[in-house]
Ligand binder design. Structure first.
Ligand SMILES: *Cc1c(COP(=O)(O)O)cnc(C)c1O
Length: 384
């Protein structure tokens, strides 16, 4: 196994560097776990740990004491299972036709969200001679996955054929604390649970954990906040920053007013300008939508915020460094870091931080720093 804490010799080779602070990640998990002391705190590590790398992420969370993980796809569950033979793994997207045996043999718990899925799991368990565990997903307003209220009597009957271990639902807009919808979903979830056999229950994603109603129940399922995203948009981010990203200046040039920069000449220099070309583009997850406006997203360079000008291209972007202290070839600029959070970049690019994280490029040099201090109970969680 690669020693992730070793200093890297490639650092100087002019690549963009993505830094992932595993200590901050573990701290974020602990903070959330303490927020809901009476509930178990799981971790959502779907989409390769929100783009940060499921292996180091799951290892750090496990060392911090996390024992239950959620992924979205069966393939993600299989990868995580190999890394962590002992932890509990739920697969949110449910059960694909014909896939029951794969789940059971890998010890993956499907989150069943429709009557056909419940019937399939129940049939499989009968044929397999073992009442394997499953979670029940109840729809309380998303209308995406999950059983509707009318499905519950039939669901109850089918649940006799396996071992239900969790009832869960998912908030539509938990990040909007004032939305009356949140309370309505909590009520609907309780009503649904009352029609099922008693089960551990789970409702909260990251933002749900910051609702006034505190609907922590038995298990919480944060994802975004673990990775440093702000679960309370509009207020200060209570989480520690996990991600840093720097790109490298390839060239600096001065252009007279009236010249354009980048594809399609979409930006025209209003006066003499100093530009720097940096080695990051949309193929690296520096979203092209970040250059849709009159001027684009900010990069922090030479001690100040410098806007992207012209279209972000596949491998390159151009920034206006006229106001920055002198920058030259080989200098690093901050894309994400102390001055620009994931939520800041997302807001400027017209998206959400979740999309920024899960699009982080594969070409970055990745450095994992910081270490999760093992919790007193670590070790019980498996062999990560
Ligand atoms: C992704 C997801 C989560 C985690 O949500 P965050 O907002 O990232 O905390 C929890 N539950 C379900 C069903 C999800 O799909």
């Amino acid at each position: 196994m690669q020693d992730l804490s070793a200093p890297d010799e490639n650092r100087a080779l002019g690549q963009a560097i993505l830094t992932i602070d595993l200590g901050a990640l573990a701290d974020n998990w602990r903070q959330l776990a303490e927020r809901a002391v009476d509930a178990e705190c799981a971790a959502v590590v779907k989409a390769n740990g929100y783009g940060l790398g499921v292996e180091p992420v799951a290892r750090a969370l496990s060392a911090a004491g996390c024992e239950t993980f959620f992924v979205a796809h069966l393939s993600e569950g299989e990868i995580l299972r190999k890394l962590a033979p002992e932890v509990r793994i739920f697969v949110l997207n449910g059960l694909a036709p014909g896939a029951s045996k794969i789940y059971a043999r890998a010890g993956l718990i499907p989150v069943l969200g429709s009557l056909p899925e419940l019937a399939q799991w129940s049939d499989f368990c009968r044929r397999d001679g073992a009442p394997h565990p499953a979670a029940i997903h109840i729809d309380t307003g998303m209308n995406r996955l999950g059983l509707s209220a009318a499905d519950l009597p039939r669901a109850r009957a089918l649940m006799a054929g396996f071992t239900p271990v969790l009832a869960m639902s998912h908030f539509v807009s938990a990040e909007d604390t004032s939305a009356p919808r949140n309370r309505r979903q909590i009520e609907r979830f309780h009503e649904a649970c009352n029609q099922l056999p008693p089960l551990p229950a789970s409702l909260c994603n990251s933002s749900g954990m910051f609702l006034e109603e505190a609907p922590f129940l038995d298990l919480t399922r944060p994802g975004y906040a673990l990775y440093g995203g702000n679960p309370t948009p509009g207020s200060d981010n209570p989480m520690r920053r996990v991600v840093g990203l720097t790109a490298v200046v390839l060239q600096v040039r001065e252009i007279p007013g009236g010249e354009t920069a980048g594809y399609n000449g979409r930006w025209t220099a209003p006066s003499r300008r100093k530009l720097a070309t940096i080695n990051i583009g949309y193929a690296d997850g520096f979203l092209r939508s970040g250059s849709e406006g009159e001027i684009g997203v900010d990069v922090f360079a030479g001690g100040t915020f410098c806007p992207v000008v012209g279209r972000i291209s596949m491998d390159l972007s151009i920034i206006d460094i006229s106001e920055a202290a002198s920058l030259s070839r080989g200098d690093r600029v901050e894309i994400l870091g102390p001055n620009i959070g994931v939520d800041d970049l997302a807001a400027q690019a017209g998206t959400i931080g979740y999309e920024i994280l899960t699009n982080l490029g594969r070409r970055y040099h990745r450095e994992y720093v910081g270490e999760a201090t093992p919790a007193a109970t670590a070790g019980a969680a498996g062999t990560l």
